[in-house]
Design a protein around this ligand. Sequence first.
Ligand code: HEM
Length: 490
Amino acid sequence: MFHVVLIISAILVFFILKILLGLYRLNSYLSEIPKPQPCSWFLGHTLAFSGFKDIFPETTKIINDNGGLIRVIIPPAMAVMTTDKNVIRAVLKTQGAKGHCTYFIKPWLEEGLFTSEGTKWRERKKILSVCFGNLDLLKNFIRVFEEIGNDLVDVLETKIDEKCLNVIPLMKKYTMDVLCGTALGVPMKSNHYDSYTKSVDNLCTIIGSRLHSPHKKIDFLFRFTEEYRIHQKSLKIVNDYFDEVFEDKLKQSYVDFDMKERLTFLDSLIRSYKNGGQVTKDDIREEVNTFMFAGYDTSSIAMAFILYLLAHNPTVQEKVVQEQIDIFGSLTPDGPIDYDHLQRMRYLETVIMESLRLYPSAPLIGRMLSDDIHLENGIVLPKSCVVLLYIYGCHHNPKYFPEPEKFIPERFEKDDIESNTYLPFGIGQRVCIGKKFAILETKSCISKIVRKFRLLPSVPDTKPQLIFQMLIASKNGVNISLERRNSQCI
Ligand code: HEM
């Protein structure tokens, strides 16, 4: 028994020493990078960051005051965090992996496009780029956006008397229905549908909550929590539902797929599977789960902030409405929207871009360096170092965006945004594959809403209290109020 304890202790000591040596080595490389104070010798910056009242602007100020690059210590990890376009460019030139930045998502997405690396990622990207780059497929989806947008407008009709309407749950419902309609192509009114969507929602929430809770980060301790039970149950519901839909689709004849007007991502992948292509059923499940994760909260949060900004900027809102009148001839919201209409919504597109600048759904992305990086100032970021690209801070840097706190969609009318300074969809090889999809879906939704309703600040007017979960979020919701528009006049 004594020998067993001795061996286990020796192994533990070995691993602790290995971590400490690794940190020591990293620290010596990074010693010239400013380390903001206070930084406790035991907890590093853990308490400093969690104590911020306004986490995003305060973090931005610290990084920008330190020349755009700081060292952050959240034991047992050390990383550098940057808002500097040159560092961002250098990082993205390397084959940076996401490393343990995706650890909590892996039980759900496994080796899908978002989480995979190397050859596997390259193969996936090739297959999925065909789906996402298929204009006919995207055009088919516009009808799904349309139908679900009509349902949303009906729901908003019932909310007209609410003077403080939190739009986040409504936008979540819209994006979830859109994803189910376009990725899976499932009937939305079934019983299973509700438990499926609830489970996807649970998984997203629990993944976000694990990031902020030291004990839930450790798998062994997480297993003793109630959230672990919900996580496992939700995972099972999501995967069982996929199996059911997949088997149903397999039974459909080949001809159905070619004839079908409403091909979904799943149909498109199954076609490749039936053709004896490289994809397996497991691959398809991983990708469907990936779309559900990567396309859900990102898009719904973005749409909620667009509505909020339009409500607070009446001049911009009326310009958006005027563009709608120019395109459709009137404000009638029920007429069909097609791809050409969406392409012509140029001003609305600048509104979407400016909103994503002010409130990037993914405010921070991480990379684990695959090679040393030699910066222009002589500093070396060593291989395996984690670099956090602070997108929010970059978007709010006055060097890149004058008057960064102001909502000015017109700044995107000229083609003069400096490269590597605007990255709401990421950048480089791992740029968001759903960008085009997301912009079309958002344009369709906002177009429907502004043609029917005038957006106004909530009463009382509440400013979103931003918090960092895995994405940007607001503690007090994103609130507006609505007034019905007269379809004859603005
Ligand atoms: C406004 C909406 C969206 C925003 C702001 C957004 C943002 C991002 C960002 C920042 C990344 C890069 C992550 C990184 O480098 O670590 C990313 C990657 C990705 N996004 Fe999106 N996204 C949006 C919508 C969507 C949609 C609708 C889908 C799919 C239906 C999607 C699928 C993906 C996938 C699969 C990746 C991983 C790409 C890869 O690693 O090669 N996204 N997204």
